[in-house]
Design a protein around this ligand. Structure first.
Ligand code: ZN
Length: 469
């Protein structure tokens, strides 16, 4: 945020005492009931950096956590054991079968106009190349539309989609546009007769780091290998083509999909004192891609949610309804954890589902999807978070693991953070602990703790969103 205001105005704004707006806003009954508890939650959260220390232990001990990997399973067991130490109720791992894709060795190299290695990462779910690799001429296009105007020119070639990440829109909007090439590029390239598909990494900044992520095939179209090049390499190949140079690339990938593997959703809770069957669930996904540490995506989200519940526990708060923290498995390449959680818990009455999966950066507030009355209540709760700047409430939640719950009418909430740097590191080797800040992770935990606690404890339950049962 650019703080161009005079200092006293900044301080006044932080204290919420600027002029008429603050004066005319009297605390509501809900705020009168809960503001002092909210302040205690915030004070305890800010008093130490235990969330960040725990996050560091998780990512440094186990590293990245791809579905099917031993490191994921060891991390899940570790979380369970620590939740038991925290004396949470009903700590358990609920089994989930997950896809098991392995990368194997891989490389890409420029053959013509000169020999040089390219910075690449295979895309998750891709098939491998035949042994010995593929050597083919490259056709660079900007977009699917441009590919569709090329007629037969992609036949037998490697297509490279050089679609720049839009940076003039909010980060997740830009991501939504660019990620189509990662997800569907191999299908479109194959339809055009290409032998492999390359993309410009879906990243809003780059120091020549390739970024992976999930891709798809269509059962009616021949699967071709798919990989990401770094932004810089994709741009270089595009410049070569623009100069009329012939580009030949050698691509070698051992990627393959093995039979489904055992994994699980790990969870613990504070049982509700009066309506234990009404549940506020919060969490993030414990799996990650197989690069970096998956610290930002999404160990930070899991730990912030977990710390939120621990804050309530440490304060001895026992809400009316149950508060449950979950580390969902397999968000990245399957969503099997989120689906299995919904299936296993359909009989329970979920009052709210909260997820943090936009990076545990400085929290700005929450996005909420439910009824208009629910949104009004969440806005009231949000206002109590003004002291730590996370009081903004918007009407879009959009998190993956809780989307199956949304489909059956559960109100959902996503933690909104200052995500401007998220796609610099997302799904790359750069996603390590140092990209997150202790004070910011702490404020994420405090924000989720306040939302979870007040919704779990307030007299009137949050209304269901209406869809489904
Ligand atoms: Zn994620």
């Amino acid at each position: 945020m650019a703080l161009r205001l005079p200092g006293f105005l900044v301080i006044a704004a932080l204290l919420g005492t600027t002029g008429a707006a603050a004066q005319e806003t009297q605390p509501t009954p809900l705020q009168r009931r809960y503001q002092s508890t909210v302040d205690r939650i915030i004070a305890l959260a800010l008093s130490d950096s235990s969330a960040y220390q725990r996050l560091g232990e998780l990512v440094d001990k186990f590293g990245h956590r791809l579905s099917g990997s031993e490191s994921l399973e060891r991390a899940i067991t570790w979380v369970r054991d620590r939740m038991l130490e925290d004396k949470l109720d009903n700590v358990r791992i609920e089994p989930v079968m997950v896809p098991h894709w392995v990368r194997g060795k891989e490389s890409a190299g420029l053959v013509e106009p000169r020999a040089a290695p390219l910075a690449m990462l295979g895309l998750g779910g891709s098939v491998g190349t035949p042994a010995g690799g593929i050597t083919a001429e490259v056709l660079v296009v900007n977009s699917f539309d441009e590919l569709h105007t090329m007629g037969d020119r992609a036949r037998g070639k490697i297509v490279l989609f050089d679609y720049p990440f839009p940076t003039n829109v909010p980060a997740f909007v830009g991501y939504g546009r660019a990620v189509r090439y990662r997800v569907f590029g191999a299908i479109e390239a194959s339809k055009a007769g290409a032998v492999a598909s390359l993309i410009r990494s879906v990243a809003s900044n780059s120091i020549r780091s390739p970024h992976t992520g999930v891709m798809r095939y269509d059962s009616l179209v021949t699967p071709v290998p798919a990989a990401a090049l770094s932004v810089e390499d994709a741009m270089m190949l595009h410049r070569m083509q623009d100069r009329g140079e012939k580009i030949v690339v050698h691509l070698e990938m051992e990627a393959q999909t093995l039979p489904d593997a055992k994994s699980g959703n790990v969870m613990g809770e504070i049982q509700g004192s009066q309506q234990p069957n009404q549940v506020v669930v919060l969490g993030g996904h414990i799996d990650s891609w197989d690069v970096g540490q998956g610290a930002m995506d999404d160990a930070g989200g899991v730990v912030a949610a977990w710390e939120a519940v621990r804050l309530l526990k440490r304060l001895g708060l026992k809400p009316r309804r149950t508060v449950r923290v979950v580390g969902w498995t397999n968000e990245e390449n399957g969503l099997r954890g989120g689906l299995a959680y919904r299936d296993a818990h359909q009989a329970e009455d979920h009052v709210l589902a909260i997820e943090s999966d936009a990076g545990a950066f400085s929290p700005l507030g929450v996005g909420f999807e439910g009824t208009p009355e629910g949104l009004a209540t969440i806005t009231e709760i949000g206002a109590m978070l003004r002291a730590i700047g996370s009081d903004r409430v918007t009407p879009i939640a959009g998190e993956a693991d809780i989307s199956p719950l949304k489909e059956i009418g559960v109100p959902t909430m996503g933690l909104d953070t200052d995500d401007r740097r998220y796609f610099w590191y997302h799904h790359s080797q750069g996603d390590m602990l140092d990209k997150l800040d202790p004070a910011e992770v702490t404020r994420c935990a405090a924000t989720m703790a306040v939302m979870a606690y007040v919704v779990a404890d307030m007299e009137t339950r949050l209304p269901r969103a209406g869809a489904g049962k």
